[in-house]
Design a protein around this ligand. Structure first.
Ligand code: ACM
Length: 519
């Protein structure tokens, strides 16, 4: 029995060609050119199928051949691919290594879920691939998922499992929220206290709206070697890691490590690694030692992360300490900055120049427009897409990441098991119905929308099983929003295809939330 043709995100074009299926056997070989770019995709295909990589197809055919084809590059771009299955051969021709890798994920989804455990031996060794011709390419280049590891830390193995799931869904960006008030999680060689002090807190507030804490110390951080390992792991899977280093706010953990970098002359200044949630007054002060610190930290970050984009946060920076600090007020007056908003803009513009001089691009949350948006900055709209509309009209690239549809720490169902709600209910159907191009944005600015992104903030997401339960299948729905042509999106059809993917997540040991009847 051929398997159902059930791929998520749904391809641009998928035609069942009606011929005999391809039989996957112990003798099937994965054939790829000795090109370094395809070595990982070839090894990964062989691992999935439980077969070997070979130099050429075995006599009589029965090969899965991977190639990069300039004709596909020209027609479908570097992330596009053509996947052709006949009785004799499976061919994946990508526009680039990323396209080949995405094609492998589609092939994987044409095979039964038990493939994940048994390779070609699944289904009693009678696995076949239906005869199809698929042509596919993404709608958006930025298909992102953000994971907060400050509020709760995830060790490298868990981060890799999350990246594996993003790869299965053809996401392209892993946005790694590495620092915040509750923990600094990245080793910086020039400032060791960031992880000696800033990566640890004595306790955690266990729920929103509660005042008590659990009294259990929490912490952890990644060494630079581990960060590089994750970057390489993601890159092999066609995913770029975009690190986020928050400034000028959400910096309590950094300032607890190096108090002199903050507004020391503001009344009551006493930074701590926070044990509760919310927005805190600690902000970096605009003084030479602090600016040197930020340059040094970003310098090390640029060495570790080759991403063209570096996320600098920029959200929810309180202005109270600046405005209560005589030295900061004197700095604002001397630099013609009339208020805290303009000082926020000054920080962002300075950082944008620093990054641009090193060939990188700044991306920040939508508050980076306060006091004037830095030229060249890319905005990630989270409070309201209106900020993205305005920025796109002024020639800025934007990523759409609104609380209204893409915050997956928010409630999904309505049952007791959802716990204390944080914000709106973002149901699976609502996520699926999300349209990244704002309706009011004029067509000439549509190309400014790089894509969209799902958020997993971790105030109440303590562990990997909860990441998985909040993240999936909402990220599954989002993957189709950002990859598939708008006119191919059809929720009823998605609901028919979803069980096949969820069965695969079962085999992969993913604690996803099982949709209730009717959802
Ligand atoms: C945010 O949710 N503070 C970007």
């Amino acid at each position: 029995m051929p398997n159902p043709i059930s791929i998520i995100p749904v391809p641009v074009s998928c035609v069942a060609t009606g011929g005999a299926a391809f039989a996957l056997t112990a003798r099937t070989a994965v054939v790829a050119p000795a090109d370094a770019a395809l070595q990982f995709a070839a090894a990964e295909t062989a691992r999935l199928l439980g077969v070997a990589v070979a130099d050429r197809a075995p006599a009589g055919g029965n090969a899965v051949t991977l190639t990069i084809d300039p004709a596909v590059t020209a027609a479908l771009g570097a992330e596009g691919y053509r996947l052709t299955v006949t009785a004799q051969a499976v061919t994946i021709a990508g526009g680039g290594a990323a396209g080949v890798f995405h094609g492998v994920q589609s092939l994987r989804q044409l095979l039964p879920p038990d493939l994940e455990r048994f390779g070609w031996r699944a289904d009693g060794g009678r696995v076949t691939v239906p005869a199809v011709a698929i042509e596919d390419r993404p709608r958006f280049g930025w298909r992102g998922a953000m994971l907060d590891v400050s509020r709760h830390f995830s060790p490298v193995a868990e981060v890799k499992k999350f990246i594996d799931l993003l790869a299965l869904h053809k996401f392209s960006v892993f946005h790694w929220h590495l620092v915040d008030d509750q923990g600094w999680r990245v080793e910086i060689k020039q400032y060791p206290k960031l992880t000696e002090v800033g990566a640890w807190r004595p306790a955690t507030l266990r729920q929103l709206h509660e005042t008590g804490d659990d009294g259990v110390p929490h912490g952890g951080f990644y060494t630079q070697a581990e960060l590089r390992e994750v970057v390489a792991y993601a890159a092999a899977r066609a995913i770029t890691v975009v690190p986020e280093i928050e400034l000028p706010g959400h910096s309590s953990a950094a300032l607890a490590s190096y108090p002199d970098l903050g507004c020391t002359d503001a009344p009551g200044y006493n930074p701590q690694v926070q044990t509760g949630w919310g927005i805190f007054p600690e902000t970096y002060a605009p003084k030479p030692a602090t600016l040197q610190f930020l340059d040094d930290v970003l310098g090390e970050i640029l060495d570790i992360f080759p991403s063209p984009f570096i996320h600098i946060g920029g959200d929810e920076a309180m202005k109270t300490q600046w405005e209560a600090s005589p030295s900061t007020c004197a700095f604002m007056a001397a630099n013609g900055l009339k208020d805290g908003h303009e000082l926020q803009s000054w920080f962002v513009r300075r950082t944008e120049r620093f990054l641009a001089a090193r060939g990188r691009r700044l991306v920040g949350w939508d508050e980076i427009q306060e006091g004037g948006l830095a030229p060249g900055a890319t905005m990630m709209a989270w409070r309201d897409v209106k900020w993205a509309v305005e920025a796109a009209r002024h020639g800025h690239d934007v990523v759409i990441a609104p609380t209204s549809h893409t915050y997956f720490d928010y409630t999904e169902g309505s049952g007791e098991e959802e716990g204390v709600p944080i914000g709106a209910q973002n149901t699976l159907a609502k996520v699926y119905g999300f349209e990244p191009i704002p309706a009011e944005l004029e067509p000439e600015h549509h190309a400014r929308v790089l894509g969209a992104q799902g958020q997993l903030w971790r105030e109440r997401i303590y562990s990997l099983p909860v990441i998985e339960r909040r993240g999936f299948p909402r990220l599954t729905a989002l993957s189709e929003v950002v990859w598939s042509p708008k006119e191919k999106r059809d929720y009823a059809d998605f609901q028919r295809r979803l069980p096949w993917l969820l069965a695969r997540l079962d085999r992969l040991g993913v604690n996803y939330r099982r949709p209730r009847p009717g959802e």
